[in-house]
Every structure is written in structure tokens, then in C-alpha cells.
Design a protein around this ligand. Structure first.
Ligand SMILES: Cc1cc2nc3c(=O)[nH]c(=O)nc-3n(C[C@H](O)[C@H](O)[C@H](O)COP(=O)(O)OP(=O)(O)OC[C@H]3O[C@@H](n4cnc5c(N)ncnc54)[C@H](O)[C@@H]3O)c2cc1C
Length: 313
């Protein structure tokens, strides 16, 4: 499948792993096209916006343990899209103004195609075609394909394309997370002093102005989320809001906004234990947090490792 030089690369997934990989390949002169099924960059570094309000309902921040990831975040900070949270034992950064913007500088000059759910990778005499539907093969052809999406979705894409699963991939596990998104028109100091509940793992409160509005995101633990995975989102929103009201030390007025979002594949609970996967005979690579583990930092290091493998190929 692969000729002597890999020049044209399709990257599927515009999250941390896909964009870091795409940036490195484009900087090395490769022709890169990024496909994502959603309407913007970020993946699980996600932000929902409604009527001037916003919520970081995926990762509320990224944790930094390695020098390599720190160097990337400091460069993003210099470019105005990241801010370090002061006084933390493990360094953490947030996107500025929101988590999705953390990755914005990486996509400058990249050919990104949104609203493109890739359903099939089809081999042709001139390379891989990336198809959005089973019966369609999109132009152009690519020498290599980077699959930078959560492991279960990557496995489904490989299976639909008649490709074998890499060794160890069937043992990868990703845990779910239900999140609650609320908004109140004015400040609610009680939201910053929540009591404990088995339904709450973390909460993030954001004041969008000096007197409000205030938005709040609750993350439910993996076990709580797994046991309610197929429930209706409105029912989960009401259940989590009842918990929030019960553990808030002050009475909460009715919220102006209330919704729940399900992350079916939030975090890698049993990762592959490899920095990435590169199948040189096929010209297909896989990257993401689920390869090495380690959340957003793992996704970044995985995308970088795969780009290096492709550039060496
Ligand atoms: C609730 C929650 C809390 C978290 N908390 C933290 C935290 O505190 N600290 C931390 O460091 N990390 C945290 N994380 C994890 C972090 O967000 C992820 O590790 C990281 O963003 C994963 O990046 P990725 O590029 O591997 O995958 P993703 O961000 O999932 O990107 C994959 C992209 O692929 C796209 N896609 C999927 N299938 C297809 C397809 N068939 N065709 C086209 N596009 C497709 C998706 O739309 C998505 O944009 C959290 C995540 C969640 C959900």
C-alpha cells in the first residue's frame, strides 16, 4: 500500500491526538487533510455554547506531567490560547477562553473538514480513500491514514473496512461519564461549597460576569455513569440536578439551563500500553489517549509519536 515516501495523509479526528499529529506532519511538508464528524475541533476538550453562556463539559483542564507536554502548553500560552492554573501540585492548564480554544493554534493553515463522519477506509490502486458512507469513496487518495478517535470507534472503523485489529486492542477499555450542565442568571456561591455525593466526582463553576450568570458542570463517576448509560438524557439531568440541590448548602433557584451530556468513551481505564500503533504494510496508524493512557497528555504524546513514525517510514 505504501510507496517510498508518505506524502498525503488523512487524519481522522480533530481532538488532541489527531491535531498534534496533523500539525507535525504538515510542518514537515506533508499534505494533510483532517476529517471530524463534529462541527469543530477539540473532541473531548469540549465546549458547549448557548445564548452567550458556555460550559467546558469534557475535560475541565489538562494535567501536565512531562516536559514535552509542558513545552507545548507553554507555547500555546504564549499564543494566548492556554492559561496555567496557579498553585497546583500537578500543573494544570485551561483553554482560553474555553477548552476547545486550547487547540486552535494547531489548526492554522490545516485543511480541516468538519461534519465528516468517516465510515470506511477503502484501498485503491493510488492509496487509501476515506469514505463518509459505505457506498462512497471521497477524493483524494492518501498514502497513509491516521485514526485518532476513541478505541471502540477505531475498532468499529477498522472492522467496517475489513482491516484486522492491532494486537491487544480488544482489551482496551474506556469508561463513560455523564455530565450535568446548569446555568443560573446570578451568582450562586453555594455551588462552590458542595457536599459529597456518590453521584459527583467533580464540579466546575464558572462566573461569566461579576454578578453572573454562573454556569456549573458536574461530572458523575464512571460506575454511576455506566449503570445509567442507556438512560434518557433528560431523566439523567433531572436525577443529577436533584443530587446537586441536595448537596448545595444554599437553596438553588430554578436553573435557566439544564442538560446532561453522555460521554460514552470519556477516559481510558485500561489503555493499550503503547505510545501509538503504526502498521507500515498498510500505511495505517492509530493514536489517542487510549494508546499510552494518561488523558490529554497521553493523547498529545501519542499523536506526536505516530507523526514521528510516519515521517521515518
Ligand atoms: C468528562 C471528561 C473529563 C476529563 N477530564 C480530564 C482531566 O481532568 N484532565 C485531562 O488531562 N484529561 C481529561 N479528560 C480526557 C481528555 O479529554 C482526553 O484524554 C483527550 O481529549 C483525548 O483526545 P483524543 O484526541 O485522544 O480523542 P478525542 O478528543 O475523543 O478526539 C477524537 C475526535 O474524533 C472524532 N471522531 C470520532 N469518530 C469519528 C469518525 N468516525 N469520523 C470522524 N471523526 C470522528 C470526534 O468527533 C473527536 O473530535 C476528560 C475527558 C472527559 C470526557
Amino acid at each position: 500500500m505504501v510507496g517510498s515516501v508518505i506524502h498525503r495523509v488523512a487524519v481522522i479526528g480533530a481532538g488532541m491526538a489527531g491535531l498534534v499529529c496533523a500539525r507535525q506532519l504538515a510542518d514537515a511538508g506533508r499534505r494533510v487533510v483532517v476529517f471530524d464528524k463534529s462541527g469543530d475541533i477539540g473532541g473531548r476538550l469540549a465546549t458547549r455554547r448557548r445564548d452567550g453562556l458556555w460550559w467546558n463539559h469534557g475535560a475541565p483542564a489538562v494535567h501536565v506531567r512531562s516536559r514535552e507536554f509542558l513545552a507545548l502548553l507553554e507555547s500555546l500560552e504564549r499564543r494566548g490560547s492556554a492559561t496555567a492554573i496557579p498553585g497546583e501540585a500537578v500543573a494544570r492548564f485551561v483553554g482560553r477562553p474555553d477548552m476547545r480554544e486550547l487547540l486552535r493554534p494547531l489548526v492554522e493553515d490545516l485543511d480541516c473538514r468538519f461534519g465528516c463522519p468517516v465510515a470506511l477506509l477503502a484501498p485503491g490502486s493510488d492509496g487509501w480513500r476515506v469514505a463518509l458512507h459505505q457506498d462512497e469513496a471521497a477524493e483524494p487518495a492518501f498514502d497513509a491514514v491516521v485514526v485518532a478517535i476513541p478505541a471502540p470507534q477505531a475498532a468499529a472503523l477498522l472492522a467496517a473496512s475489513g482491516l484486522p485489529l492491532p494486537d491487544g486492542m480488544e482489551a482496551v477499555r474506556m469508561s463513560p461519564c455523564w455530565t450535568l450542565l446548569t446555568a443560573h442568571g446570578d451568582r450562586q456561591p453555594g455551588l462552590r461549597q458542595l457536599g459529597q455525593s456518590e453521584a459527583i466526582e467533580r464540579s466546575t463553576v464558572t462566573d461569566l460576569g461579576p454578578d453572573g450568570p454562573t454556569t456549573c458542570v458536574l461530572h458523575a463517576p464512571a460506575a454511576w455513569s455506566a449503570s445509567r448509560l442507556e438512560q434518557d438524557a433528560d431523566a439523567v439531568a433531572l436525577a443529577l440536578y436533584a443530587v446537586l440541590s441536595a448537596v448545595c448548602p444554599a437553596d438553588l433557584p430554578a436553573p435557566d439551563y439544564l442538560a446532561a451530556h453522555r460521554w460514552r468513551y470519556a477516559r481510558a481505564s485500561a489503555p493499550l500500553g503503547q505510545d501509538c500503533v503504526w502498521l507500515p504494510d498498510l500505511g495505517i496508524g492509530l493514536a489517542g489517549d487510549w494508546c499510552p493512557g494518561g488523558d490529554a497528555e497521553g493523547a498529545c504524546l501519542s499523536g506526536r509519536a505516530l507523526a514521528r513514525r510516519i515521517l521515518q517510514a
